[in-house]
Design a protein around this ligand. Structure first.
Ligand code: ATP
Ligand code: MG
Length: 552
């Protein structure tokens, strides 16, 4: 699949650690999603990195749900995340939940209180923000900062026991109110939230903050390399402070640049808005950058892994062209998808010199990219055919190598034909194209001696099956909708979905299966939609055939 490549900077770190015998030569990574939405292609990058690294160095990866925010989380999300990670081709060593550690985290907090390193603060969120100072001015301690250990222990226990309403108190780490790093200015460790948790139920009404849950969970699991995105760089000193003060396993945090993809949005909060406000048909709408959306669209796990491999692991943020993702799926499907004929925008073609009532069976390969054609299929042929409206022109320009009056083309896997005349309706639309065919030009047994420049696809009118076909375009009209004025939803592409209610297909396509991609010749790669039934076939276009992406 991928060529040899040099080590990325995280692999270099791991190899150094292995060379010096750090962590007992163990590599244990984790993928830590918050179950508050479906995974997107950015998460795929993190998954490939974490699982890929462990695989490469004979290590393991934990799947850890970062479920410390009960209000936004749900089991539906947990289930979808597990399905998506598996579908991408990865297996986790352990399925874990930060909420499994709530007792341990509480004990850690008590330890810090006893060491004089944490205190209960009664200030409001606004007061705390005001007292924190600014990056150039130090913060100011309030009266709660000097509470005694005993008082803090009692108040923290009371917080846990539900004696206070939401927001009445918080537990803060006593670090350094003058630190140039704002994250070290006595960060919050716990907040009161009387909310039902999808796993712990009503047991807890205080919940740990990300900074107090994440690193401690890493340490509990003895994660060797805790890989996250760049926005956590300023959190690293706090990550290390907690580990040092608690004297727990010294997991190390490393940061890489998050994946940004153009013409879409990637934050779960924004994707959720698209779903709830019905701009799309659910989290797995084929236009969504979610793993489930890409799957429904017809992307394969291999193409997504290849994409993640190609973009590499960077230390600086950049914007990746969605054309690269499309390039990866084209490369993959070109090797695997069976070729079939379907006419998306039909016009009728009649072979005047073909005997009326007669039919014959043509033969086509499944995939010319595979030696031997990967088998083949029969294609019924007759006097009346559907062809693509754009394949005929009444007044063709010079370089038009398809059909016109007096012009010849080959019908794929069949005969050479010549345009003779057309019939129009009252509005001037072409409704019939009359042609003659050359009986001696049959594909595979062509003795006509005639060479034609163009080959077009077709479907026999008598034998055609119909399907609904959905064509997709970019969901947004601008490259970076999150960085435009106003709401990102103002930039949604109104034409991102085009539904063709009646597409004519060669009959073999009724055997198309979910998850088995096909190429509609000259029209793109398609896949059966999950809503497709025997009575009403529905296909999604995964990607067009043309490569819009310029190789660098
Ligand atoms: P979002 O902002 O989309 O909601 P998140 O970072 O809040 O994403 P988490 O569920 O917390 O989502 O992320 C799980 C893991 O995936 C984290 O380690 C996070 O850094 C990583 N991740 C999230 N988005 C990206 C991205 N665009 N590129 C690479 N990694 C990402
Ligand atoms: Mg998050």
């Amino acid at each position: 699949m991928s060529e040899e490549r040099s080590l990325n900077f995280i692999e270099e770190i791991v190899e150094d650690d292995l060379a010096t015998g750090k962590n007992g030569n163990r590599v244990l990574t984790r993928f830590p999603p918050e179950p508050n939405g479906y995974l997107h292609i950015g998460h795929a990058k993190s998954i490939c990195l974490n699982f890929g690294l462990a695989k490469k160095y004979n290590g393991l990866t934990n799947l850890r749900f970062d479920d410390t925010n009960p209000v936004k989380e749900d089991v539906e999300y947990v289930d979808s995340i597990k399905e998506d990670v598996k579908w991408l081709g990865f297996d986790w060593a352990n399925e874990l939940y930060a909420s499994d550690y709530f007792d341990q985290l509480y004990a850690f907090a008590v330890e810090l209180i006893k060491a004089g390193l944490a205190y209960v603060d009664d200030s409001t969120a606004e007061e705390i923000a005001a007292q924190k100072g600014t990056p150039t001015e130090p913060g100011t301690p309030n009266q709660y900062r000097s509470r005694s250990v005993e008082e803090n222990l009692q108040l923290f226990a009371d917080m846990k026991d539900g004696k206070y309403p939401d927001g009445a108190k918080v537990l803060r780490a006593k670090v350094d109110l003058a630190s140039p790093n704002m994250h070290l200015r006595d960060p919050l460790m716990y907040r009161i939230k009387h909310a039902h948790h999808h796993r712990t139920g009503d047991k807890w009404c205080i919940y740990p903050m990300y900074d107090f849950a994440h690193g401690q969970s890493d340490a509990i699991e003895e994660i060797t390399h805790s890989i996250c995105t760049l926005e956590f760089v300023p959190h690293r000193p706090l990550y290390e402070w907690f580990i040092e003060k608690l004297e727990i396993f010294p997991s190390k945090q490393y940061e890489f640049a998050r994946l940004n993809l153009n013409y879409t949005v990637m934050s779960k909060r924004k994707l959720l808005q698209l779903v709830t406000e019905k701009f799309v048909d659910g989290w797995d709408d084929p236009r969504m950058p979610t793993i489930s959306g890409l799957r429904r669209r017809g992307y394969t796990p291999a193409s997504i892994r290849e994409f993640c491999e190609r973009i590499g692991v960077a230390k600086r943020e950049n914007m990746i062209d969605v054309g690269l993702l499309e390039f990866c799926i084209r490369e993959d499907l070109n090797k695997t998808a069976w070729r079939r004929m379907a006419v998306l925008d039909p016009v009728k073609l009649i072979l005047d010199n073909y005997p009326e009532g007669e039919t014959e069976v043509m033969h086509g390969e499944n995939n010319p990219e595979v030696e031997g054609g990967d088998g083949g299929r029969d294609i019924p042929f007759g006097r009346e055919l559907w062809i693509e409206r754009e394949d005929f022109m009444e007044n063709p320009p010079k370089k038009f190598f398809r059909l016109g009056i007096g012009m010849m083309v080959r019908l794929k896997n069949a005969y050479i034909i010549k345009g003779e005349s057309i019939v129009k309706d009252a509005d001037g639309n072409i409704i019939e194209i009359h042609c003659s065919y050359l009986p001696e030009s049959k594909s595979g047994n062509d003795t006509s001696g005639i060479n034609v420049k163009g080959t077009i696809h077709w479907v026999s009118v008598e034998h055609a099956k119909t399907a609904e076909v959905r064509l997709y375009d970019r969901l947004f009209q601008v490259e970076d909708p999150s960085n435009e004025d106003g709401d990102f939803k103002d930039y949604i592409n109104p034409n991102s979905l085009q539904i063709l209610p009646t597409v004519y297909m060669e009959p073999d396509l009724v055997n198309a299966e979910l998850g088995k991609p096909v190429q509609f010749m000259r029209k793109g790669y398609f896949t059966v939609d999950k809503t497709s039934t025997a009575d009403k076939l529905v296909f999604n276009r995964t990607v067009t055939l043309k490569d819009g992406w310029v190789k660098k």
